[in-house]
Design a protein around this ligand. Structure first.
Ligand code: CTP
Length: 403
């Protein structure tokens, strides 16, 4: 079924162009009409037949083809959304300068649709002052920047510059489109300072062992990435993430619950919003051994004595400055929807935050998944939002509430 929307996917010449095929595919499967505009360099990385088959439309490259139908402006005028993935350092520079020496440049200049770009390049190029300035220019112009992430690059090296994953790009693009359609600026969080905790704490037992939990950090990272894409300045307090952290945030790695408490307490000063998405251990070992615990010393059973960790969220709520927003998460294994909500309401009353995001976790649900299903409660315990989908799209709904 057609969504009635036309999405222009611009593909520029970087190795990540092969991943753009999945961006195109995701829009097509949603029912969007997709027009691919590829630069000649992009077609050195991914074949035109592949893009035509996946987009179900001809792929345009040449500025001097289709002149009779004024194609150099027609594509841009028809677009409801333009996504450039990957956006190379060169294409970002051209976009920032407003150059129109190829079909993609003309298409973007001729369009009033929201533009979302997914940069991909080597770390040195991403950190270069020219790229930094170009990205700032585009951001100020309302362009949504998604990623890049930190991770394996083309060669054996790794660092900042890896293109965001296709589903992250699609979710950010759809959020920008929804913002435009609702008359909301895609940088509606500009000037806001948001602190987000993500991941799971590890409570050390000895130099080699810890008590941990299965949180991957995906939901917190998605929130951080989405908030930064919407213009917020984000501090991400990261407890043992299993996913790359976005480069667009101020990253503060932590390990244990006490580390996290120190980091979030310091970062919360002056923050507009604090989001506690991290899974914090409720208990830690009373003693942390300086040396490895040996079986010869402990025998056939080992009793660990644990002590309660502070409830960080409740502490933040008790000390929070007037006007600061505080969002907690509730991870519950309860399968009955009503009882799940009742647990959420009781937790809300205990924690004293402004919103509580309730989600179910289990052996196969919640943690490592790319999807999430949440209900958000306000202070009175009323459901103010229900969302399901990718963790990026759920992040968008939570940020809409905050916004
Ligand atoms: N949290 C916290 N400090 C803790 C434990 C949890 O700040 N010591 C925060 C989490 O970051 C989350 C919220 O409190 O935002 C709820 O966490 P959850 O693990 O669902 O609940 P608990 O408070 O640990 O309660 P219980 O384990 O009894 O469900």
């Amino acid at each position: 079924m057609s969504s009635g929307r036309t999405i222009v996917v611009g593909i520029t010449g970087g190795i990540a162009a092969y991943k753009a095929v999945n961006v195109v595919r995701a829009f097509v499967l949603r029912g969007d009409t997709v027009q691919v505009v590829a630069t000649p360099a992009a077609l050195r990385f991914v074949g035109k037949p592949t893009l035509e088959a996946i987009s179900r439309n001809p792929v345009h490259t040449d500025l001097y083809e289709g002149v009779a139908e004024v194609r150099h402006v027609a594509i841009g005028q028809s677009a409801d959304l333009i996504v450039v993935a990957p956006a190379t350092a060169n294409s970002i520079a051209k976009l920032a300068a407003g150059l129109a020496d190829d079909l993609l440049g003309n298409t973007i200049l001729a369009s009033t649709a929201p533009v979302v770009i997914a940069p991909a390049m080597h770390t040195e190029m991403w950190n270069n002052a020219a790229t930094v300035a170009n990205i700032a220019t585009l951001r100020a112009r309302g362009v949504t920047i998604v990623g890049p992430g930190v991770g394996q690059l083309t060669g054996s090296d790794s660092g900042a510059g890896r293109m965001a994953e296709p589903d992250t790009i699609v979710a950010a693009a759809l959020a920008a489109l929804a913002a435009a359609e609702n008359g909301r600026a895609s940088s509606d969080l500009a000037g806001k300072r948001i602190v987000i905790t993500a991941g799971g704490t590890r409570e050390p037992l000895d130099p080699v062992r810890f008590l941990g939990n299965r949180s991957s950090g995906k939901q917190g990272v998605a929130l951080a990435e989405a908030a930064a894409a919407r213009g917020a300045s984000v501090i991400l307090i990261a407890a043992n993430l299993e996913v790359p952290a976005p480069t667009t945030v101020d990253l503060r790695p932590v390990n244990s619950a006490l580390d996290l408490e120190r980091a979030v307490t310091e970062a919360a000063v002056g923050a507009d919003v604090v989001i506690m998405a991290a899974a914090v251990a409720d208990y830690r070992p009373v003693t942390v051994r300086a040396d490895k615990i040996k079986k010869d010393d402990t025998g056939d059973s080992l009793l660990l004595e644990l002590t309660r960790n502070p409830d960080i969220l409740a502490g933040l709520a008790a000390r929070k400055a007037p006007g600061q927003g505080l969002v907690g998460f509730a991870a519950e294994t309860e399968t009955d929807p009503d009882r799940l909500l009742a647990l959420g309401r009781a937790k809300m009353a205990r924690k004293g935050c402004d919103f509580l995001v309730v989600n179910r976790v289990g052996w196969s649900e919640g943690f490592a998944s790319d999807h999430n299903e949440v209900r958000v409660l306000d202070r009175r315990g009323d459901i103010v939002c229900e969302a399901s989908g990718t963790k990026m799209s759920v992040a968008g709904h939570i940020l809409d509430l905050i916004s």
